[in-house]
Write a protein that binds this ligand. Structure first.
Ligand code: KIV
Ligand code: NA
Length: 254
């Protein structure tokens, strides 16, 4: 049965953890879907892991749509969520509406994700939701702000923790269906999870979130670098290198 946004809500109430991963192409998306993943995010981290950029900033809306279309073709059950890339939604609410609309018109996305919980972003998200587009929020470490905040843990002082909690509540009030919590202290993530009615999905935010997400390239051992909280479940770099060496040898020896 295809996973729906309503289902995520039920799972929060039932305390059934939500398992999410990122995807950027058809073949891997199909495997993750068949393996039973609940949610697939076409994350803008694909700028780094699939396209080789140093940050998420360079990826375009065009490229995100292209990848989302490929991932969509591989999915039968997982809920498909697509990240809005840097500068496709920050300039104005009008531009956000048009960019978001393209994602829903041109891909099978069931929801979109935008970074930030500051007042202007909350207002933009309210408009998107009113226009019929399900939005997932994203607070804590927001990688599109890397040049301002770095890749550090966010919310580790009482003031910054309070600010993130405030943003979470404002986003809920604007109508988000779920909230991604990235790189914040586990106690803060637990508190937010307890206080808001929509599911929280954590990455580097402890065990108490309603669900967990990781970058698939990290989980499969395909990344050059990965954060300490991202468990490597297999080492595909090794597997692929061995396979290709073998192939090269076979070709050269035939
Ligand atoms: O782009 C991404 O991979 C994300 C992560 C936080 C899951 O947004
Ligand atoms: Na992202």
């Amino acid at each position: 049965m295809p996973v729906t946004i309503a289902q995520l809500q039920k799972w929060k109430q039932q305390k059934k953890p939500i398992a999410a991963l990122t995807a950027s192409d058809y073949a891997i998306a199909k495997l993750l879907d068949k393996a039973g993943i609940d949610m697939l995010l076409v994350g803008d981290s694909l700028a780094m892991v699939a396209l080789g950029h140093k940050t998420t900033l360079p990826v375009t809306l065009e490229a995100m749509i292209h990848h989302a279309q490929a991932v969509g073709r591989g999915i039968e059950n997982a809920l498909l969520i697509v990240d809005m890339p840097f500068l496709s939604y920050q300039v104005s609410t009008e531009e956000a509406l048009r960019s978001a609309g393209r994602i829903f018109k041109e891909t099978d996305a069931k929801g979109i994700k935008l970074e930030g919980g500051y007042p202007d972003m909350v207002a933009t998200i309210r408009k998107l939701v009113q226009a019929g587009m399900p939005v997932m929020g994203h607070v804590g470490l927001t990688p599109q702000s890397v040049h301002r905040i770095g890749y550090r843990v966010q919310g580790s002082t009482p003031d910054t923790a309070e600010e993130i909690l405030h943003q979470a509540k404002a986003l809920v009030e604007a109508g988000i269906f779920a909230l991604l919590l990235e790189n914040i202290p586990a106690e803060l993530a637990a508190k937010i999870t307890d206080l808001i009615p929509v599911p929280t999905i954590g990455i580097g935010a402890g065990k108490e979130c309603d669900g967990q997400i990781l970058v698939t390239h990290d989980v499969l051992g395909l990344s050059d670098w990965q954060p300490p909280f991202a468990k490597k479940y297999t080492n595909l770099q090794e597997t692929i290198t061995e396979a290709v060496k073998q192939y090269c040898q076979d070709v050269r020896n035939q």
